[in-house]
Design a protein around this ligand. Structure first.
Ligand SMILES: Cc1cc2nc3c(=O)[nH]c(=O)nc-3n(C[C@H](O)[C@H](O)[C@H](O)COP(=O)(O)OP(=O)(O)OC[C@H]3O[C@@H](n4cnc5c(N)ncnc54)[C@H](O)[C@@H]3O)c2cc1C
Length: 595
C-alpha cells in the first residue's frame, strides 16, 4: 500500500535547543564518537538528564537506522549496526528492557526443551551462542549446573536423558569440562536433598548459564552508545514517516518531557517484541503471519523458606517442564505458559498462575508445603511468538522470524534472549543488502562475536575471577567493604571503577538520606550512566531488587525516591505518580489479580 508522506503538526525537526544550548556536539557519531570512553571517566550521553539532548540529536539529521524497541533484540541490533559504521538511533517507549527482556527465566540456554520438539536447528544455534554471550559479558552471565531428575513412569528415563543430554552437548558444541554427567538416585539426592524421593531413578547434570536479562540488555545497549549510537527511553514511536511509499523514520513522543520529534531514517527496524504487530499495523502491513502472546510467570521465595542448593529442571504433573533456580539467597520457580489477551505493558500474576506454580513446586519438593504466603515476589512476561494454528502455547516454536513489508519496514519477532546477537546479525545483514541495492557502499561484516559488551573488559570468562579480586583494593580505598567491592565488581564488571569513583559523592548522599553507601553509588551510576529515570527503573531493571530483595525495596524506597527527585528535579505531581507506581508494583508482585 502506498503511504502518503507525513509530518504531523507540532513535531520538531532539526530543533533549536530548547534546553538552553546544552548542545549535542559529540553525540551519535557512529563508530568514532568523542564520548565513547566510559572507563576513563569521560561522558557517554546516557544519563537520565541527557534524554532531551539525545532526542534532539536524533532529529537533527537523518540516521541510517532507526530501531523501535529497547529490549534485547533492539539493543543487539543497535550494537551490530553502529559497530558496522551505521549512524544508529534507538527509541524505547518504556524503560529499556521493561518489556519481555526483564521478565524471562534469566537463562542463557540452549533450550533443551526444543530437543523434545525436534527443533535441532534452534538448539544448535542458540546452544553455541551461549559460549559467545558468556565470553563477551562474564559479569552478567554465570555458568550454572542444572539437574534434570527422572522418575519411574516419567517422560524421561536414564537412557533417554543420557542420550538427550549427549545430543544437546554435541549440537550446542559444549566444551569438555561442561559435558553432561549422569547421577545415581543417591548422588541426585546428595545434590538436592529437597527433591521428591519416591520413584527417583537418577538425574542428569548439564550446564546452563544464569544471567540478569535486564542488565544484559543494558550492557549491550550501553556498548552501542559507547560506540556512538543514540538511545533514549520513555520515547514512543507514535507514527511512521514515509517518503515515496518507503518507510523513512518515525514521529517519536517523549513520554517524560512530552515533546514530539521527527526522526528521519534510511531504514527502520521494528524490534518491538510483544508490540511488533502494533507497529506493523501502523505500517498497514500486518498480514500473513501474526504474533501470539503467551504469558510466563515466575515466583520468588526466600532461601530460608525454600533452601534450594541446586538449580533443577523438572517435570510438572501436566507434562510441562519448570525451572527452580537458587539466586542471591532466594529461589525462583517458573514458568507458566498460557495465552494472553490483556495489556502487553502490564502482564501480572493471576490466581491460577500462583496455584499452578505452587502445585508444581510442592509436587517436586513435597517436604516444603509452600503456600501463597511464602511468595516473596513474582514477575510475569509475554513471549512474542509467531502464531502456529492448532498448537498449544508450550508447543509453539520459539524460532525468530523477519518480515519485510512493502514499505521496507523490517520487523523481527520470536527468538530468545540467548540468540540476540545472531538475530541482530541477520537483521543488519539484511539492511546491508538493501543498502547495496540502493547503490551504497558495502558494510563490513558483523563485528560483535568477539566484542565485549559494556563492563565486559575483564579478560574474558577465564580472567573474570582474578579481575574481581583485583578490583577489591580500589573498592576498599573508595570506602566500601571487601564484600561490597566484590559484589560491585561482579555486577558491573569493568564499569565498577566508575562506581568506585562515585563513592565520595555517593557517601554524602548516603549520609543525608540514610542510604547504604553501596546502594547510593549504584543509584548515582544508574542515573548517570544507565538513564534510570524513575524509581522502578532502578528497583527492577538496574538492580533486580524488586524481584530478589523486596524487603530492601520497602526499606529504601523513600530515600531512593528522594534522591531521584532531587537529582532529576521532579515536581510534586511526578513524585506522587512515581510513588504510586512503586506501591502498585510492590503489591502486584505478591498479590495475584483475579483473572
Ligand atoms: C516467561 C519467559 C521466560 C523466558 N525465558 C527465557 C530464557 O530463560 N532465556 C532466553 O534466552 N529467552 C527467554 N525468553 C525469551 C526472551 O525473554 C525474549 O525472546 C526476549 O526478551 C524478547 O526481547 P525483545 O527485545 O524482542 O522484546 P522486548 O523485551 O519486549 O522489547 C520490545 C520493546 O519494544 C518497546 N516498544 C514497543 N512499541 C514501541 C513503540 N511504539 N515505540 C518504542 N518502543 C516500543 C517495548 O516497550 C519493549 O520494551 C523468555 C520469555 C518469557 C516470556
Amino acid at each position: 500500500m502506498e503511504q502518503k508522506e507525513t509530518r504531523p503538526e507540532g513535531v520538531r525537526r532539526d530543533d533549536a535547543d530548547p534546553a538552553g544550548g546544552s548542545g549535542s556536539e559529540g553525540l551519535g557519531n557512529a563508530g568514532h564518537g568523542s564520548e565513547t570512553r566510559p572507563e576513563n571517566g569521560s561522558r557517554v550521553p546516557f544519563a537520565a538528564w541527557d534524554r532531551t539532548r539525545v532526542l534532539q540529536a536524533m532529529s537533527r539529521e537523518p540516521v541510517d537506522l532507526l530501531v523501535i524497541g529497547g529490549g534485547i533484540t533492539g539493543a543487539g541490533i543497535a550494537l551490530d549496526a553502529v559497530t558496522r559504521g551505521l549512524r544508529t538511533a534507538l527509541v524505547e517507549m518504556q524503560d529499556f528492557a521493561a518489556g519481555t527482556s526483564s521478565r524471562s527465566t534469566k537463562l542463557i540456554h540452549g533450550g533443551l526443551r526444543y530437543l523434545k520438539q525436534l527443533e535441532f536447528g534452534v538448539v544448535a544455534e542458540v546452544g553455541r551462542e551461549r559460549a559467545v554471550v558468556y565470553e563477551n559479558g562474564p559479569h552478567v552471565t554465570t555458568p550454572e549446573w542444572m539437574l534434570l531428575p527422572f522418575y519411574k513412569g516419567g517422560s524421561l528415563g536414564r537412557v533417554s536423558t543420557s542420550l538427550g543430554l549427549a545430543l544437546y552437548d554435541w549440537l550446542a558444541g559444549v566444551k569438555r569440562s561442561e559435558r553432561r554427567i549422569m547421577l545415581s538416585p543417591r548422588e541426585t539426592l546428595e545434590r538436592e536433598p529437597l527433591l521428591k524421593r519416591e520413584g527417583l531413578r537418577g538425574g542428569g547434570l548439564y550446564v546452563e548459564y544464569r544471567t540478569d536479562d535486564a542488565r544484559l540488555t543494558l550492557e549491550v545497549l550501553k556498548k552501542a552508545v559507547e560506540c556512538g549510537a543514540l538511545a533514549v527511553n520513555y520515547a514512543a514511536a507514535e507514527s511512521l514517516l514515509y517518503q515515496g511509499g518507503r518507510v523513512a523514520g518515525a514521529v517519536v513522543r517523549d513520554r517524560i518531557g512530552d515533546g514530539r520529534y521527527e526522526v528521519r531514517a534510511r531504514h527502520v527496524v521494528n524490534a518491538a517484541g510483544p508490540w511488533v504487530d502494533s507497529i506493523r499495523e501502523m505500517d498497514r502491513s500486518k498480514e500473513g503471519k501474526t504474533l501470539r502472546l503467551t504469558k510466563g510467570v515466575h515466583l520468588v521465595f526466600d532461601g530460608r523458606r525454600f533452601p534450594l542448593r541446586q538449580a533443577i529442571y523438572f517435570d510438572t504433573p501436566d507434562g510441562r517442564m519448570v525451572f527452580a533456580i537458587p539466586r542471591d539467597g532466594k529461589t525462583y520457580v517458573g514458568t507458566t505458559d498460557t495465552d494472553y489477551q490483556g495489556d502487553p505493558a502490564r502482564p501480572v500474576m493471576e490466581e491460577a498462575d500462583l496455584v499452578y506454580l505452587l502445585d508444581a513446586a510442592n509436587f517436586m519438593f513435597p517436604s516444603l508445603n509452600l503456600t501463597p504466603r511464602d511468595v516473596e515476589s513474582s514477575w510475569a512476561g509475554l513471549r512474542p511468538l509467531i502464531r502456529q494454528e492448532g498448537k498449544n502455547p508450550s508447543e509453539v516454536s520459539r524460532r525468530d522470524e523477519i518480515f519485510v513489508s512493502p514499505s521496507g519496514l523490517i520487523s523481527i519477532a520470536g527468538g530468545k534472549l540467548t540468540g540476540y546477537r545472531k538475530m541482530a546479525e541477520k537483521v543488519v545483514n539484511l539492511v546491508a543488502l538493501k543498502r547495496k541495492e540502493d547503490g551504497l557502499p558495502p558494510l563490513p561484516p558483523c563485528r560483535t562475536r568477539t566484542l565485549p559488551i559494556s563492563g565486559g573488559d575483564v579478560g574474558g570468562s577465564a580472567g573474570f575471577e582474578a579481575f574481581v579480586r583485583r578490583q577489591i583494593p580500589g573498592g576498599v580505598a573508595a570506602g566500601f567493604s571487601e564484600e561490597e567491592a566484590a559484589r560491585i565488581a561482579k555486577r558491573y564488571g569493568s564499569n565498577a571503577r566508575r562506581l568506585f569513583r562515585l563513592a565520595a559523592e555517593s557517601r554524602g548522599l548516603a549520609e543525608r538520606h540514610g542510604l547504604p553507601p553501596a546502594l547510593a553509588a549504584e543509584l548515582l551510576y544508574a542515573m548517570e550512566a544507565e538513564m534510570a529515570v524513575k524509581p522502578e527503573d532502578f528497583w527492577i531493571r538496574r538492580t533486580g531488587m524488586l524481584y530478589f530483595d523486596r524487603p530492601g525495596v520497602v526499606k529504601w524506597k523513600e530515600a531512593v525516591a528522594a534522591v531521584m527527585a532531587e537529582r532529576l528535579g521532579w515536581d510534586e505531581e511526578q513524585r506522587g505518580e512515581y510513588d504510586r507506581d512503586m506501591e502498585r508494583l510492590l503489591e502486584e508482585a505478591v498479590r495475584p489479580v483475579a483473572p
